[in-house]
Design a protein around this ligand. Structure first.
Ligand code: B12
Length: 381
């Protein structure tokens, strides 16, 4: 049974996210993959994300008023993109949505509004009954070249469905112009923010007809749910030149998902992207997620570490230090950065592989270290 994927969000000018955080957790605990877009999100951003993530339903949690109009705008946008009735819409907002308003919303196409006092089990039961068995078929060839078509191909690829490309290492083909950069490192190193800043530089410096794709991983066990939350942090993923897809690891250790290579292959073959950025889950000392070089499906592999990786002895154990093309010490404003850079420099010197060593502070704009990383790997077309 394929995992049910939904997308949840809180509308624009609304910061009430505690309800949706609780509901997300309940869904995840019961096997649902939840792509969480965060709060203060426009109807456009929500629909765009649901399309790219190929979610079967959108769950909206709203408290600050304007819900009748907001849900209507989401529905209008889904209609315009011919995504109704495939993508369903449901939600709640405690006592701020009245029964009369809910009736109007139902008449316009909203599936279900949950009022204050509804037990979590009832919402879960509804989701399972309504959305779990939705069968997502390939789109007609008419849609080829659209993000919608690509999103469905990725869904089928993730399921390993007949007709989708075999699981093959997506080694760089000589004629393939798409550059694939893999970023890995321990949880909390700042990979997501760093990727967001790289995407910003891509959008600013590359020609308008060039696009970038992001394949972002989050952890999950076999058969369990997952919180796919990288979209909430990646601000520039809302740009139309960016295609982002979140993948759960579905029990695979080492940073990637069992279908990463297949999905990467689909993204490459779509010929829609000049650059693909792959973000692993937070990895441990033993992980070498991209194998070595092109064999692992990426052109360049970047290891991102925070300055506080522990002692020099801990550093010796990080396997990826030997295979990365670049090592980035992020959060360079933290104490210990100078020592970390010196220790890593010493460590990689013996490798004699010409590995780059950079220090970045991705949580500020215009960081020169991020500029350098971008120029090194993505600066030239
Ligand atoms: C907690 C809370 C806050 C917290 C928010 C913390 C956070 N990070 O979320 C804080 C204190 C920060 C806050 C701030 C504000 N709040 Co406030 N807040 C609330 C409060 C007390 C509870 C909302 C809540 O989380 N409920 C818990 C959820 C789990 O239960 P529920 O609401 O009953 O929802 C049920 C279902 O609807 C369903 N559900 C909900 N969402 C979804 C989504 C999906 C997909 C599904 C399936 C189901 C579902 O789940 C629940 C199951 O029983 C409500 C009052 C109230 N009692 O509802 C006011 C309330 C929502 N806040 C209000 C206001 C005005 C504000 C502020 C503007 C106040 C101010 N002047 O600063 C700010 C705005 C903040 C912002 N940036 O948007 C008003 C809104 C009034 C309106 N719309 O007309 C309310 C109604 C209080 C009031 N009576 O005046 N708030």
């Amino acid at each position: 049974m394929p995992a049910t994927r939904i997308l949840t969000a809180v509308p624009i000018c609304d910061g009430h996210d505690s309800a949706i955080n609780t509901i997300n957790l309940e869904f995840i605990r019961h096997g649902v993959e939840v792509v969480y877009l965060g709060y203060n999100r426009s109807a456009r951003d929500i629909v765009r994300a649901a399309l790219q993530e190929d979610a079967v339903a959108i769950g909206i949690s709203t408290y600050n008023g304007g819900h009748v109009e907001f849900f209507e705008e989401v529905l209008d946008r889904l209609n315009q993109l011919r995504l109704t009735p495939m993508i369903k819409i449901f939600g709640g907002g405690g006592g701020t949505i009245t029964a009369e308003e809910a009736k109007i919303m139902y008449a316009r196409g909203v599936d279900r509004i949950f009022f204050a006092g509804t037990p979590l089990a009832e919402m879960l039961g509804y989701l399972r009954a309504q959305y779990r068995d939705v069968v997502q078929q390939p789109y007609e060839r008419l849609f080829i070249g659209t993000d919608q078509y690509l999103a469905r191909e990725l869904t089928l690829g993730e399921r390993g469905a007949p007709g989708s490309p075999e699981q093959i290492p997506a080694a760089t083909k000589p004629d393939c112009k798409t550059k694939v950069i893999g970023l890995t490192g321990p949880g909390g190193a700042g990979k997501t923010t760093l990727i967001d800043e790289l995407v910003y530089r891509f959008l600013r410096s590359r020609p308008q007809n060039q696009r970038v794709a992001i394949l972002a991983h989050d952890p999950s066990m076999i058969g369990s749910g997952a919180l796919l939350g990288d979209r909430a942090t990646m601000i520039y993923s809302q740009d139309d030149r960016v295609f982002m897809r979140s993948l759960a690891t579905r029990g695979q250790t080492g940073g990637l998902s069992p279908s990463t290579h297949r999905c990467l292959d689909i993204l490459r073959k779509s010929e829609l992207f000049d650059v693909i950025l792959v973000e692993t889950v937070g990895t441990g000392q033993e992980a070498i997620p991209f194998g070595s070089g092109a064999l692992g499906g990426v052109d360049k592999a970047v290891l991102v570490v925070p300055p506080d990786y522990g002692s020099q002895l801990q550093l010796q154990k990080i396997a990826m230090i030997d295979s990365a093309d670049a090592i980035v010490v992020n959060k360079s404003d933290l104490p210990g950065c100078k020592t970390a850079v010196a220790e890593i420099e010493y460590r990689i010197r013996a490798n004699q592989k010409g590995q780059a060593l950079l220090r970045t502070q991705a949580n500020r704009h215009r960081d020169t270290g991020v500029d350098q990383l971008f120029e090194s790997f993505l600066g030239r077309e």
